[in-house]
Design a protein around this ligand. Structure first.
Ligand code: PLP
Length: 359
């Protein structure tokens, strides 16, 4: 077996300890005589897995009792539609545009109501988070929408926007369980889990109870109503049982390892190693304004496409994979989620140092 350092933006690296645990339970989970993937979602064993996964997440995120946790299929992208369908009472919403994922969310929301883009960093290739202290929040906005960590451009909100009393909705896919969040500041937090928590195909939505109602847009499909999911304990239909099980293992791994405070510390250490190198390199440079830098996704360039290519080849030789930047940005991107060990980032930096010496 030869595992590499996988810097993929998602699906992404998993904690090796968790993969081994899953491996050991692959043929028989507990005393059930079967694999989790062979189990009825209505079985006692699976119900325990579902509730255990939720409880561990509640513990590590310190989710208040008046929030529901939903496990939904369809990826984070499905929530781009579910958010307006469930929340647009006035059919107006304010969006902050910080990259491809908000562009897609905006495009989707426009199908259902009026969208005001109240701040944007598109003027500068989304290389920073706009000032969000005093935004022109719309009087009749049903919510204010952000993508708190921008996976492609490598930006993260240094502080939450002042929504002037409006409900805050945040796509946190690529920073989910990477650091503590004050859940009470949000109306809705959702994350596709394949960035930092588990296999693709599952979204975890943490939603304040009063926002889960029957008053959805009239044509909202039953499956997209949060109320349907909440009333049925995320089991209106067969949920993504495998992903729920794996996420539960990852949440337990986080809990064993000191919770979200410890995750944040580890992530800050890893990010600092890479950013410090980038700040002092004569060859490589980061593409994001310092105050807006992500702890999870670090894009960087040499400024020369041929050199970038050569560098990516050097990484491959050093067992580093998926370091190529997103097709819309070019250059390189290192995604350094919870499960990326410090040694992986150290390996990357040492390859960068070697490469810099030779060029
Ligand atoms: C990956 C990602 C998405 C899309 O997730 P899917 O599960 O593929 O729909 C949405 N938002 C952010 C911030 C992401 O990183």
């Amino acid at each position: 077996m030869s595992r590499v350092y996988n810097f993929s933006a998602g699906p992404a690296v998993m904690p090796e300890e968790v993969l081994r645990e899953i491996q050991s339970e692959m043929l028989e989970y507990g005393a059930s005589g079967m694999s989790v993937m062979e189990m009825s979602h209505r079985s006692g064993d699976f119900e325990a897995i579902l509730h255990g996964t939720e409880q561990t997440l509640r513990d590590i995120m310190e989710i208040p009792d008046n929030y529901r946790v939903l496990f939904i299929q369809g990826g984070a992208s499905q929530q781009f539609a579910a958010v307006p369908m469930n929340l647009m009472k006035n059919r107006v919403a304010d969006y902050i545009n910080t990259g491809n994922w908000t562009k897609k969310a905006i495009q989707e929301a426009k199908l259902y109501g009026k969208v005001n883009v109240i701040a944007s960093s598109e003027d500068s290739m989304f290389s920073y988070i706009p000032d969000v202290e005093d935004l022109p929040v719309s009087e009749d906005a049903d919510y204010v929408y952000i993508c708190q960590n921008n996976t492609i451009y490598g930006t993260r909100y240094p502080q939450l926007p002042n929504t002037k009393g409006k409900t805050l909705v945040a796509d946190v896919s690529s920073m989910f369980v990477s650091e503590p969040l004050d859940v009470s500041k949000y109306g809705v937090i959702y994350a596709g889990v394949q960035k930092n928590a588990g296999p693709a195909g599952l979204v975890v939505s943490v939603i304040r109870e009063d926002l889960i109602t029957d008053e959805c847009l009239e044509y909202t499909p039953t499956m997209l109503k949060w109320k349907t999911q909440a009333d049925n304990d995320s089991m209106y239909n067969t949920p993504n049982t495998w992903a729920i099980y794996v996420c539960g293992k990852v949440f337990e791994w986080i809990k064993r390892n000191g919770g979200l405070t410890a995750m944040k510390e580890r992530n800050e250490k890893k990010a600092a190693l890479l950013y410090d190198y980038l700040d002092n390199s004569a060859l490589f440079r980061g593409t994001v304004r310092k105050d807006s830098r992500s702890l999870m996704n670090v894009p960087f360039v040499t400024g020369n496409a041929d050199l970038d290519k050569e560098f990516i080849a050097a990484c491959t030789k050093a067992d580093i994979r998926n370091i190529k930047g997103h097709r819309t940005v070019g250059g390189m991107r290192a995604s350094i989620y919870n499960a990326m060990p410090y040694e992986g980032v150290a390996r990357l930096v040492s390859v960068m140092e070697d490469f810099e010496k030779k060029h």
